[in-house]
Design a protein around this ligand. Structure first.
Ligand code: TYM
Length: 332
């Protein structure tokens, strides 16, 4: 079974629909035919300031949400990044084969550091994509299921893998991004030409998985659309309505154009009302399952320990190859 690997940051109390439709749903679906490694990337989270207590709680909440949505620890190694030291260790080696200018071209660093001023951004934020490359390459996965915003980081990962392989010896597999076009970018409900983002969107622009379902329904009813009052799927001309149709389509398995046809001669209010019902039906059980999982921390710890042990075994082997190939003396 081909391997897949992905990660998500524990930087919010809840994942949102962009995370879920862009990536996490694929994490769940890929379990049947693949060998998955899925992680909560706490080391990436601290590239911007975090309150330690909040970070720890969010790491548990992240793991609980992943299990609640169907990540199955019997088939997937689910773990916390900092539990597998090989990630930071390989990142160091990759730091040393990454050109400064190459790292500087990463648009996510440019966006994030622009907010605080480049001089104030942490060096960790700058080298963030290199740690991500280490996360991936350690497991030699075939595919990495992510949203569109991670494409550039995947390209860097492939470049670094290729560079290491040619400079030393073939060690890494060049991974393919696994990005589903229909849901690769879910947009902010209030600003439907920008992506739904935990750091950049206003609360009204984000549908969180763990929000009170009544609040989510209200956010959908207040979503920004346009003044045409014709329900049609046309992402360029009608980004707001099309984003709602994309979400509707992903949750029901019906095509966005087909759904739009149901609303011929009706207004946006009807579409929003129906989508709100679909979203409430989806999030309500997910929220209950997440809460139940959070009530048993010992069980969560056990799942994460098992995941880290399985991941660690694979990661250690790759790291040993890397250390050998760069010329480090083997400890005896
Ligand atoms: P993160 O935590 O920002 O997001 C997790 C996943 O959600 C996707 N995503 C979206 N997809 C569609 N529309 C949106 N509006 C949207 N917002 C977020 C992201 O593309 C991502 O797949 N750097 C990564 C975490 C990471 C990682 C890795 C991923 C660390 N190491 C190794 C893959 C492999 C990140 O910040 O994701």
């Amino acid at each position: 079974r081909p391997r897949v690997l992905s990660g998500i940051q524990p930087t919010a109390d809840s994942f949102h629909f962009g995370n879920y439709l862009g990536a996490l749903r694929q994490w769940v679906a890929l379990q049947d035919e693949h060998e998955p490694f899925y992680m909560v990337v706490d080391q990436h989270a601290i590239t911007v300031e975090q309150d330690p207590k909040v970070l720890r709680e969010r790491t548990y909440r992240s793991a609980a949400q992943l299990l609640a949505m169907g990540v199955d620890p019997a088939r997937s190694a689910l773990f916390v990044q900092s539990h597998v030291p090989a990630h930071a260790q390989l990142a160091w080696v990759l730091n040393c084969i990454t050109a400064f200018g190459e790292a500087r071209r990463m648009t996510q660093f440019k966006d994030k550091s622009a907010r605080q001023g480049e001089g104030a951004a942490s060096v960790g934020l700058f080298t963030y994509p290199i740690l991500q490359a280490a996360d991936i390459l350690l497991y030699r996965p075939a595919y990495v299921p992510v949203g569109e915003d991670q494409r550039q980081h995947l390209e860097l990962t492939r470049d670094l893998a290729h560079r290491f392989n040619t400079r030393f010896k073939k060690t890494f597999r060049l991974p393919e991004p696994y990005i589903l076009e229909a849901t690769a970018k879910i947009y902010d409900l209030q600003n439907p030409t920008a992506k739904m983002s935990k750091s950049a969107s206003s609360p009204a622009g984000i549908i969180d998985l763990l929000d009170d379902p009544k609040v989510s329904a209200k956010k959908i009813r207040s979503a920004v659309t346009d003044s045409e009052a014709v329900v049609a799927y046309d992402p360029a001309a009608k980004p707001g309505v099309s984003n709602l149709l994309t979400i509707f389509s992903a949750l029901t398995g019906r095509g966005p154009v087909e759904i739009a046809a149901d609303y011929e001669g009706r207004g946006y209010g009807d579409l929003k009302g129906d989508l709100a019902d679909v979203v409430v039906d989806f999030v309500t059980p997910l929220r209950d399952r997440t809460q139940a999982l959070l009530d048993d921390r010992a069980a969560l710890d056990a799942v994460l320990a098992d995941g880290a042990a399985r991941a660690g075994e694979v990661a250690e082997r790759t790291l040993a190859d890397v250390y050998d190939r760069v010329g480090f003396v083997r400890p005896v």
